[in-house]
Structures are given as structure tokens and as C-alpha cells.
Write a protein that binds this ligand. Structure first.
Ligand code: AKG
Length: 268
């Protein structure tokens, strides 16, 4: 940090380029977490803030459960349901980090996401995927997805894991719905290859990982006795966001989606 600004080192910029992700330590201070993020995050988990339709869902792929039973508790676009979050200090810092990592000045928040894994949940797995498989093709794809650990993310509670360098492959790999169909469960997965090397990235509360749009990633179950609380804030170039919106794609799970657009790049 330099005068409240998080300056990304050249080494971390290189790692982001080479691996498709990077771990940045102490991006948000304890006081900021407690003031800006945590109270609102907890309100969402308690259901005190109204979220419509499929924007509240279980990303484990289960379709039977009610929110008090979800094992991967997912709120899509919380900053549109709680507008006071927009433009907060954490968001500004992550915009600056995203600009530094992508070497531009026009990265803007595209969507955000609350992802909380319930304790003692062997099925709280986030399946292997590339984010581009979830999104329609656009003329530019640059993305910096900031994944904030609100609780320590550990091997036991299902920290993020990546296949470093997988974003350098020429094509997005084939993806399939985790459930019987996208309508039944939003989640997608791809199958790892024998040669894929997996790197687990445990991080401390207040740290972030930042990943790009095509690195393969996911996370394992939460076998611990505590929640794994994470907040995702994804930045893309302003022109990319405009292009998505013109297609009617907002990252809300309530979007009326033309799945044919997606089949063009890999989804079966
Ligand atoms: O929180 C997780 O375990 C997975 C998150 C993820 O896949 C993402 O933010 O793209």
C-alpha cells in the first residue's frame, strides 16, 4: 500500500500474465472489512436483503434445497440489490488493481457475487470451469475477477484452486451443465486432463486472488466447522460490458439467455 493505493508489483503482474491468476495480500484492512463488507454480507446471508428469482441459488448444483440449506450459497449481483455498496473503497481499490493488471484505465465492475460455503458440506464444491464458458463471446475479453477472502480460505474449507497457464490454450474447453440442464442448475463444469497440474491457493482474510476470464479454476468442499465466506467482484473493459448488455447479458441468473450463443464456444 502507498498512501491508501495498492501498487501491484511487476512480479505480480507477470504472474497474472503467466498463470492466469495472482494472489495479492492484505488488499483490504480489518477495519474496512468490518465497516464496509461484513455487515452487508451477513444481511444477505440472513435473507434480510431481498434478492429476486434465480439470483439467489445454490452453486453446488443441488436443486432441492431451500436457502437455509444451500451448501454453496450464491447471491448474484448483490451491489444491484444493495446499491449503497456501489463505489465503495474496496471497489475503487479493486478497479485500480484491475487496471494495473490489465495495463488499461477503463476496467469497470461488471458483476459481483457472494459465495459462501456452509460448514461440514462435502458437496460444497465449485466445479472446474473457465469463466468464458459462462459468458457470451465479445470482441475483447480482458477480465480481472477479484476474489476476496472474508474468512481465511483454507485447504479444509475449499479455497480456490487453479490450473496455472490453462488460459494460454487456444480454445475454451468443452463445458457441460453440472445438473441435467442449465435451467435446472446454473453451474457448468469441464473435465480435467491427466496432464493438468492443479495449484491450491489458501489465502488469509483480507487477501484477494485475481483471475482472468479463461484460466481453469474451481474449489473443493468445505469439510471444516466454519463457513467459507468469499466476495467476488469482476472487472471488464467498459466497451465489453456495453457489448454484453446490448446482447441482453447482465450476469443475472434471471437473464433470458439465448444458449445458442454460448454453444458457439464450447458448451455442449
Ligand atoms: O468461490 C469459489 O469457490 C469459486 C468462484 C469462481 O469460480 C469465480 O469467482 O469465478
Amino acid at each position: 500500500m502507498q498512501n491508501g493505493r495498492y501498487v501491484v508489483s511487476e512480479q505480480d503482474k507477470q504472474l497474472f500474465k503467466q498463470q492466469g491468476f495472482v494472489h495479492l495480500k492484505a488488499v483490504i484492512e480489518e477495519e474496512e472489512l468490518q465497516e464496509i463488507i461484513q455487515p452487508v454480507y451477513e444481511s444477505f446471508l440472513r435473507g434480510d436483503i431481498q434478492v429476486s428469482g434465480r439470483d439467489l441459488c445454490d452453486m453446488s448444483g443441488s436443486k432441492e434445497r431451500t436457502p437455509d440449506q444451500f451448501t454453496v450459497y450464491n447471491v448474484m449481483k448483490p451491489r444491484t440489490y444493495y446499491k449503497e455498496w456501489q463505489g465503495n473503497l474496496y471497489e475503487k481499490r479493486c478497479k485500480d488493481i484491475s487496471d494495473q493488471l490489465q495495463g488499461t484505465s477503463d476496467m469497470e465492475p461488471d458483476y459481483d457475487q457472494i459465495l459462501a460455503k456452509r460448514p461440514h458440506s462435502p458437496d460444497a464444491v465449485f466445479a472446474w470451469h473457465q469463466d468464458m464458458a459462462y459468458w457470451p463471446p465479445t470482441s475483447e475479453t480482458a477480465t480481472a475477477t477479484c476474489w476476496l477472502a472474508i474468512s481465511d480460505a483454507t485447504m479444509e474449507n475449499g479455497c480456490m484452486r487453479f490450473v496455472p497457464g490453462s488460459h494460454l490454450e487456444p480454445e475454451i474447453r468443452p463445458h457441460m451443465p453440472v445438473g441435467a440442464s442449465r435451467e435446472e442448475s446454473h453451474a457448468l463444469h469441464t473435465v480435467l486432463r491427466e496432464e493438468d497440474v492443479v495449484e491450491h491457493v489458501p489465502i488469509a482474510r483480507g487477501d484477494i486472488t485475481v483471475h482472468n476470464e479463461s484460466v481453469i479454476h474451481g474449489s473443493g468442499p468445505n469439510l471444516s466447522s466454519g463457513w467459507r465466506h468469499a466476495y467476488v467482484l469482476a472487472f471488464r473493459r467498459a466497451s465489453t460490458i456495453r457489448e454484453e448488455r446490448e446482447m441482453g447479458f447482465t450476469h443475472s441468473h434471471n437473464d433470458e439467455t439465448n444458449w445458442d450463443v454460448f454453444r458457439e464456444h464450447g458448451q455442449t
